[in-house]
Design a binder for this molecule. Structure first.
Ligand code: HEC
Length: 149
């Protein structure tokens, strides 16, 4: 009788600690994804600064490299915004989850603009490269206006 009671209590503790541990893991997971996407955006900013310098130097090889990095990021970006990940210090706007189609579209625009820059830099077309770079910068800005606090 007593052993049964002890077993019940024991079971309860095991269950309880599993629940606590898994919610801690879930929270850690969200914190990690926020940190990772912030790092990717910092990388995006430094890629844009590099491309700006590379355009001045007509260094098409490095423009292509940097825009390839942005293209890869554009294809992964949607995985980095799980629902409920607008936790501090994130600046992600609630609009991301209120308007998922608008957010997808903003990612698509970014992807297309990165691809255009890759193509223009491969063609070593200076005017086309400058034009694509400006369009790309606009896709950053317009997404931030709607989806970043
Ligand atoms: C589809 C939307 C979208 C696009 C496109 C986009 N961003 Fe962002 N950006 C965001 C969001 C949302 C955040 C806030 C992320 C967070 O804090 O969790 C952000 C944050 C940032 C940050 C701040 C990072 C930090 O450390 O807090 C920088 C810098 C940045 N973006 C640069 C860029 C640049 C440069 C581009 C274009 C090459 C770009 N972003 C394209 C949505 C976008």
């Amino acid at each position: 009788m007593i052993t049964k009671k002890i077993l019940q209590i024991f079971n309860f503790f095991i269950m309880f600690s599993f629940l606590t541990i898994s919610s801690i893991f879930a929270h850690e997971g969200v914190k990690n994804v926020v940190k990772e996407r912030m790092d990717k955006f910092k990388m995006s900013k430094s890629m844009m600064q590099q491309i700006n310098t590379n355009i001045r130097d007509k260094d098409f090889k490095n423009i292509e490299k940097a825009s390839q990095n942005l293209l890869i990021w554009s294809k992964e970006m949607s995985n980095y915004f799980p629902e409920g990940s607008d936790i501090p210090p994130s600046e992600a706007s609630k609009n991301i989850w209120l308007d998922p189609d608008g957010f997808s579209k903003a990612i698509q625009n970014f992807e297309q603009a990165s691809l255009n820059l890759v193509n223009q830099s491969q063609l070593k077309n200076l005017d086309g490269t400058i034009e694509s770079f400006k369009n790309l910068a606009n896709t950053c800005k317009s997404c931030h206006q709607k989806f970043r606090n």
